[in-house]
Ligand binder design. Sequence first.
Ligand code: AMP
Ligand code: GLY
Length: 416
Amino acid sequence: MHDILIIGEGGRESALGLKFKQSPQVGTVYVAPGNPGMRRLGLETVPLGIDDFPRLIQFAQAHGVALTFVGPEVPLAAGIVDAFQAAGQVIFGPTQAAAQLEASKAFAKAFMHRHGLPTANSRTVHSLAAGQQVLADSGVPLVFKADGLAAGKGVVVALTHTDAEAALAHLYAADSQAPVVIEEYLQGQEASVLALYHNGTYVTLPLAQDHKRRFDNDAGPNTGGMGAISPAPQFSADEKEAARTLVARTISGMVSDGLGGCGVLYIGLMFTAAGPKILEYNLRFGDPETQVLMPQIQNDFYAVITDLLKDHPAPLQLDGQTYVAVVAAHPAYPAGPMSALPLAEIPAAWPTGRWLPAGVSEENGQLYSHGGRVFAVIGQGADLPMAQADAYRLMAAVQGPLAIRHDIGAKAVVTR
Ligand code: AMP
Ligand code: GLY
């Protein structure tokens, strides 16, 4: 049996942990730091921080961990993969160099332009005056992106001149020489395509669609993601094929730039009238996309990873079902402050995997909310409307005082 260590603590890591746990070759699945809700899924939480590389490596060595899998972007950008590899530990994730495709928007745009990949036209500026000049030359709408990791909060879509001025003032408030990407505003539906890669070899997953805004009908502030669907039935076979081509071209660009290795490639796409364009790269699984991707996979997930690392990827076996994740969030999310709220107990009759904990704490056997996104419920069905109905039926049983969006998947049904 092989023991696994997952780095992270959210709903994404709950979904990954369960998928590894289903492998007949996997013994214990450790999650560092995890959350107390994960213990109800049979995962072992380890009280180590995601940035404490020396102690994480020590833990992996002391417990004979066969494979470490990294969830979030921050340790990747800080070089966790390089550190584990230097210590001789097997780890699945991009090197620090490859993680720059996510950690630096300017680096990612330069990569896309260099490889002729379709993306919004853009300029990178390094001063307020240069930014104002771009605004004067091109007018609104424009999109402004802070260069570094910003947990989804570094992007402003400015539809008016006033919003554009305010965005620039905000982006240059702390650092007068900050690199800022200014790009063309793209219109269309967003979706993501993800792939597991090892150098030039890869396995592509079905399209997924996140719901980033806090409120129904895509109103309100951006969040980490309030729900997701996969597959996304509103896209045509041609559109799906175009997305897969962008995976192939990105991975071949990474290899030719010396950014190989292994990991997850997540391409955020805008399906415009002129075909899909790349909004962003992430070098990790998405949250909550992972919660709707993992249950589709019928393969032994440990074998998916180890076969890929041997450059003999097995074809993915998908269950043909549609999944809908609805996230239950603290009512004050994302603004805060977020007090601890008592959570409903999960009905014992639910099959494992229908409830995936994220911002959860536990005291004397009672679960409490701990942070913004608290848990997700996962609906399953033969098609999207059935999966939606299933998800909302489950949520009604456990929502308690938490807030949800009521329209996860609605766009996909309407425009089908
Ligand atoms: P990013 O972190 O680059 O994916 O940007 C966050 C969100 O901002 C995306 O999910 C889109 O909703 C929006 N966005 C980013 N770039 C553009 C663009 N060029 N045109 C329109 N919307 C965009
Ligand atoms: N759900 C979007 C992300 O994980 O980046």
